[in-house]
Structures are given as C-alpha cells and as structure tokens.
Design a protein around this ligand. Structure first.
Ligand SMILES: Cc1cc2nc3c(=O)[nH]c(=O)nc-3n(C[C@H](O)[C@H](O)[C@H](O)COP(=O)(O)O)c2cc1C
Length: 194
C-alpha cells in the first residue's frame, strides 16, 4: 500500500466551529473518507507573528522567527493538498490569514524563486455576511488574490472553491444543505485528484 496522501486545512477565522471552520472540516472529512490523511490548523491558535522584512530567509532556507509558523512551513512542504479558508473581514481576508500569507515570503529564495517543490492540489473557502449581489462584485478581487496566493506561492491547482455570502452568524452554513453537499463533493474530488 502506498503512503496516504496528506491534506492540510487552514482555518483563517478566529471563530472555532464558525462557518469557515465548518466548511473546511467538511471538505477534510470527505477527503479522509476517501483514504487521505487530513489535518486542520486554526491559524488563530497558531501564534504566528507578522513578517519583519529582515530578509533572513533570503540568505537562509527558513524564517528567523521561531514561532508557530515553523511547524506550518514543515506541514506545507509535506502537504499534497491544501485547503485554505477565511471569512471576509472588512472586504478582505482576516488578519490571521494575511499574517500567515506574508510569512510565506520565506518560501522565496534571494532571486524570488519559489522554494516549494512539486505541484499540490487544493480548495478555497471564502465566506462572508452580506447577502447582496454587490458584495460578490466587491469581493471578486479578493477571491482572485487568494487564488493567486494558492497557485503562485503554494503551487496549488484548485479543484474546487466555495465563495459565498449571506452568513452573518456563526453556524449559518450548517443549515445550508446545498453548501454542505458542495463541500463534501470538493473534499471527494480533492482526494481523488491526488
Ligand atoms: C471584524 C469583522 C469584519 C467583517 N467584515 C465583513 C465584510 O466586510 N463583509 C461581509 O459581508 N461580512 C463581514 N463580516 C461577517 C463575516 O464575514 C461573516 O460573519 C462570516 O460568516 C464569518 O465567518 P466565520 O464564522 O468563519 O468566522 C465581518 C465580521 C467581522 C467579525
């Protein structure tokens, strides 16, 4: 038997069991049922400091800061699949997610070439509170940006994404059957793509 494929889920919301957490968990659960090894990390509990722009990572292969990101660098290197989830906070990703993203600078060498090897597969979860159509338009550039981080920095080819609004309260998505089905389908597809 070959080694199980490993999928890392990152939850950028500070709300444990909130909408993002719920959807990332569903995706991971479906992937686990397909035989993958899955792991979820709550970025809000990971003690990740902001990038200090010291450029240590340009002369060394990692970041000088010995915080929670060090464990994540290792997990990200090992991951065959990555699920990134964040809600919108003031028309952007959360601060926890942005702090994590900035620390990915350590994956670039001095020539700004990405050090991560090999292609990964993944999924994006981006949810928000407002239910108006205009919110979708406003948040489109953020979706593009998050997709770019996944593809260019983490070398992830997306197999699916949940990008949806109208969930102001924690637990709103757990009552949404189509969305739950979609999350499960993405988890299955992700597992089968590895
Ligand atoms: C600080 C803060 C800022 C928010 N900003 C927005 C926003 O700009 N647009 C929006 O539609 N919802 C906004 N929301 C609502 C959240 O995106 C929404 O409740 C989401 O479902 C939370 O996901 P979670 O349960 O995973 O934390 C904001 C919530 C908080 C706490």
């Amino acid at each position: 038997m070959g080694k199980k494929k490993y999928i890392l889920g990152l939850v950028g919301s500070p709300r444990v069991n909130g909408n993002t957490d719920f959807l990332v968990t569903l995706i991971l659960k479906a992937a686990a049922e397909q035989g993958c090894r899955v792991e979820k990390v709550l970025l809000s509990q990971s003690k990740i400091s902001p990038c200090q722009a010291c450029d240590y990572c340009k002369t060394h292969t990692t970041c000088i800061q010995g915080d929670g990101m060090q464990i994540l660098y290792e997990k990200l290197r090992k991951a065959d699949g990555i699920v990134l989830g964040t809600p919108a906070y003031f028309w952007q990703e959360t601060a926890q997610t942005k702090t994590f993203i900035d620390r990915l600078y350590a994956f670039y060498d001095s020539n700004l070439r990405i050090r991560l090897k090999g292609k990964k597969r993944g999924a994006l979860v981006f949810v928000w509170g407002e239910s108006s159509r205009s919110a979708v338009q406003t948040l489109k550039p953020v979706v593009k940006y998050l997709e770019k981080i996944l593809s260019r920095v983490l070398r992830v080819d997306l197999v699916g994404k949940i990008v949806d609004g109208g969930f102001p309260e924690s637990g709103d998505v757990s009552a949404n059957k189509p969305l739950k089905r979609k999350a499960t389908a993405i988890g299955k597809k992700l597992a089968r793509s590895l």
